[in-house]
Design a binder for this molecule. Sequence first.
Ligand code: NAD
Length: 478
Amino acid sequence: IPVDPFDLVIFGGTGDLARRKILPGLYLRFLSGQMPEDAAIIAAARSDHDDDAYRAIIRKAIDEFVAKDKRDAKSIDAFLSRLSYVQVDAMGEGGWKELAGKIRKGMVHAFYFSVGPSLFGALAERLHKHKIADRKSRVVVEKPFGKDLASAQELNATLAQHFREEQIYRIDHYLGKETVQNLMAVRFGNMLFEPLWNAQYVDHIQITVAETVGVGGRGAYYDNSGAMRDMVQNHLMQLLCLIAMEPPNAFEPNAVRDEKLKVIRALDPVEPKDIVRGQYGPTGDEPGYIEDSENPESRTESYIALKLGISNWRWKGTPFYLRTGKKLKARASEIAVVFKDPPHSIFGEQEGRKGNVLVIRLQPNEGMNLRVTIKEPGPGGMRLIEVPLDMSFAEALGADAEDVPDAYERLIMDVIRGNQTLFMRGDEVEAAWAWTDPLIEGWQGAGTKPATYDAGSSGPEDALALMHRDGRRWREIA
Ligand code: NAD
């Protein structure tokens, strides 16, 4: 279904994110017919280009970042004809009049701030000064949304000077993933799961976001951040909220975000013994974290595992184990809901039983898998085995799976539609920082060093112990 006609201005339109994600995503939406005839995309950035030079940059980006079978020369030309470029300095006055002249009346107006957060205030101010933005315009901001509670509050306050909360779209691209939305469909569209979705029936929940890459080229930036700020405060926290929240009364932005906020507020403080931090060591010719960060004294974690508790009626007593890290053995993001064993086994003791697990897989191979117990086929008596009830999107949806839009594609179209459900509200982001800050201050104050782990492993030994001491184990990273 096509969206309403729009003018989308991308500040930072020549940057890495714009070339890798935003414009390829827009091209794919164009290809699918979702972009109306008179939609215009205006890139605004500091360097000097004319429209044709900018289109050439994006043609190259599409060649590089869009799958070959989706690159159709005629469609690419038609898409590029929607693009124009304005040289604008966020901090100065140059280019703003020209930009103002391009904004058409009666359209949806969206402004994507694909620039560092230090420019948000300057952009917002000039958008208003030049009467480019008004009370109906939408503004999209990228992560990182602050580095602690104070800086996040400052960013929120800066944006609030010029925009109402209903106009602000804070991106967490994890929320745009098909499976993440499917998680809500599975939880709240079925009778099957929700009655069991609580501490009485769920033994524990694991959330894993494992990467194989190191911090490589952005080591200096990353060293001021670390896995807690870069991944847990935003992506893992958002997944945790969707898994743990109460049913919202409607699938509507504030109803969903109210419930997510309640989860963050119900998180218990985390004790130091429930946090494991790690840094990857060198392997063969490949540098370790210390070399990549160019900081021999670095105590920043490239891996973190945490055990969390949620103090509410639903979850008291069910631990949530979160882990994320770089240079691990495989790239894998998944949520695993591990159910308790039946209260009594009528089949007697059975070795190696694993029980019911619902795995929600975000990448690669988005899909869901429910492990159920059945009888081992054959005459060997009542032996039980676990088999997967599997639902991969590619199989279940056949050819349509190809058309499942990528997170950025979906989120940008949601901005144009004016749907904030999959975006973080200001108070959510602040609550997440308010929970994160004391943990970081705790280990910084104690001066603890992250443990070294082998590149290509599952992370530090201590992280295994975090589970073992509770009689549980992490799922294989695969
Ligand atoms: P980048 O450095 O590649 O690009 C920055 C863009 O901002 C360029 O187009 C540049 O011309 C423009 N710019 C810089 N100063 C300007 C000024 N004074 N006036 C006007 N334009 C100016 O950065 P990026 O990697 O594309 O990241 C953009 C934002 O998105 C950052 O906030 C980053 O943290 C965030 N982000 C990036 C990624 C990613 O994968 N690259 C992922 C998540 C979030």
